[in-house]
Unconditional design. Sequence first.
Length: 268
Amino acid sequence: MMTEIFQDIREIYDFAAPCGELLPYIEFFSESSAEKCALRFDQGHASVTMFGSWTPTFYINLAGAYVIDVAGNRSAVSKDQDILVLRNGTVTRHNGPEDRIFTVKFYPGGLDAVLGLNQSAMQDRVIRLQDILPLELLGAMKAAANFSNRIEIMENYLLGMMRRSSGDHYSALVRQAIGEYSASGMRLNTSEVAERLFITSKSINRYFNRVVGVAPKQYFSLLRARTALTAMMADKPGFQPWDFGYYDPAHFYKDVHNFTGRRLSEIF
């Protein structure tokens, strides 16, 4: 079994950033690589666990069936089935070396801004993509010759949908709030972020619950723990918790436990 952040779960995938117009809404496109799977799949990729991120993610199935655990419930995904998962909690995917998945990972609120879909009602669910995206689009994605062609097809569809949308004031404000929090070195509390956006604490709580599905304090805590833990894994000797707004190591250790369900002493 491989676990996100603690191990390189990305090593069997190809990745690409979206075009500039979609950059505020989509973190990346990815696709499992037959060549990389042949080299590295046996190193633990049959079962991969990912921590919560509140990032809506498309999984378009190009080959093979697999099993996914969401909110403690196991779902079998057939080779013809495509799904959307919010990733508000821990998700584990069980797959084989022959599986091929094309992934679109949105930022929180990105689905709302691009497709007008509110993610707050998607918690702890495995949602059929056929109920959200046109069958013609999904068919074209599966028939495309390669990763680059699939990216082009998906981008063209999403750009077309976004340009027909009037946009969402609430989604835009949530993105600004996350940007302010990150730019501060993750030191601001919810009230301070709200003040920088010239809104009340009550308003920012309402916007986050409406757009993301969780209160800003909870989301900021998750974001900080994820970011700090990733930095620690990349450079253990140089890592300092206060670089990420923690006032002491114990504060960081507590957040990591809340985020991963594991204590650092159990990991190292």
